[in-house]
Design a protein around this ligand. Structure first.
Ligand code: SF4
Length: 318
């Protein structure tokens, strides 16, 4: 299995009146072809900024990005166009991301027109094929987004992303705005498409049940940094980092014999603006020691392919 997307020490900073906001601060990760990396963390942890930076919707401040082994950190217009044909995005709110004045067919045709490879007739055929692929009935061809429910609107979002035959899709909270029953339909559609087209996903969400269902690997982010990453099954069996433990303790427990107490985080949230050295979770961590406030924990391998950034990971987990 080959790596499709890779980020090395990727950074995205924003200048604000109070200082430099470290939204994404040195993320190193890779996603294998045909697999899904679930990115989780509280809102404001930088996961959406990471997705946008990986896709060049935001220009990175530092670090490197690779696509199929090729350095794509800095791209000219041609390079960007090439990347757009391989890497796409599905947005959280299908309603606000769709132009309300365009019909379903016009919306799906838009990326094909921009790509400029197909004739009008071919675009029309492709739109019908995409509508069928994502489960939109042909009768909806001339309808407008406001005439459709949230699930169908998100199906348009999926069709738009698929239009240029990408290999990689960043799914940014794609089911968060949908009813639970519809969420399952869209998740199944995404899984199905992955199998049939060997698609690679970066799946950003705050919903752990969703991430469990869709991900092969999971990355946990806290204030712009990765604190834990590993195979999804392993992380759901045993969380290692104190922040991941707290985050996952909110999940409903499958067995009454194996109940874990919910960990409520207390303490002040550190600022991502001009952050000081040390562990960014220290002010909220019940295991914090003096060194945690001074030395930034490195990401180390806790077990094969399972990385954790915590000075006391072994002590805490035995
Ligand atoms: Fe807690 Fe220290 Fe580990 Fe940070 S490094 S998570 S403060 S124990």
């Amino acid at each position: 299995m080959s790596v499709l997307v890779e980020a090395k020490e990727l950074k995205k900073y924003f200048e604000t009146k109070s200082g430099t906001l470290h939204a994404v601060d040195g993320i190193t990760c890779s996603i294998e072809e045909g697999k899904t990396l679930g990115v989780v963390g509280e809102s404001g942890c930088g996961k959406s900024t990471l997705g946008r930076t990986v896709l060049h919707l935001l220009e990175s401040t530092g670090g490197q990005l690779f696509f199929q082994g090729k350095d794509v950190t800095r791209l000219d217009r041609h390079g960007l166009r090439e990347l757009r044909s391989k890497a796409q995005m599905i947005f959280q709110d299908p309603y606000s991301s769709l132009n309300p004045r365009m019909t379903v067919s016009q919306l799906i045709a838009e990326p094909l027109k921009i790509e400029g490879k197909l004739s009008k007739k071919e675009i029309n055929e492709k739109v019908l094929e995409l509508m069928d692929t994502v489960g939109l009935a042909e009768r909806l061809y001339n309808t407008f987004p406001h005439e459709l429910d949230g699930g169908r609107r998100q199906r348009i979002g999926v069709a738009k992303a698929l239009a240029v035959n990408p290999q990689f899709i960043v799914c940014d909270e794609p089911v968060s705005a949908l009813d639970v029953s519809i969420q399952a339909q869209i998740l199944n559609l995404l899984k199905d498409l992955q199998e049939k087209r060997n698609l690679t996903y970066m799946f950003i969400t705050h919903d752990l049940s969703v991430v469990k269902y869709i991900s092969h690997d999971i990355m946990v982010m806290y204030l712009g940094q990765m604190v834990e990453k590993g195979p999804a099954k392993e992380i759901f069996q045993q969380t290692i980092h104190p922040y991941t433990k707290a985050l996952f303790s909110a999940l409903p427990q499958p067995s009454i014999h194996n109940r874990q107490e919910r960990i409520i985080l207390k303490g002040e949230l550190s600022s991502p603006i001009n952050p000081k050295p040390g562990c960014r979770f220290a002010k909220r961590c019940i295991y914090a020691q003096e060194a945690c406030f001074v030395d930034t924990p490195e990401l180390v391998e806790y077990s094969p392919n399972h990385m954790v950034a915590c000075h006391r990971a072994r002590e805490i987990n035995g």
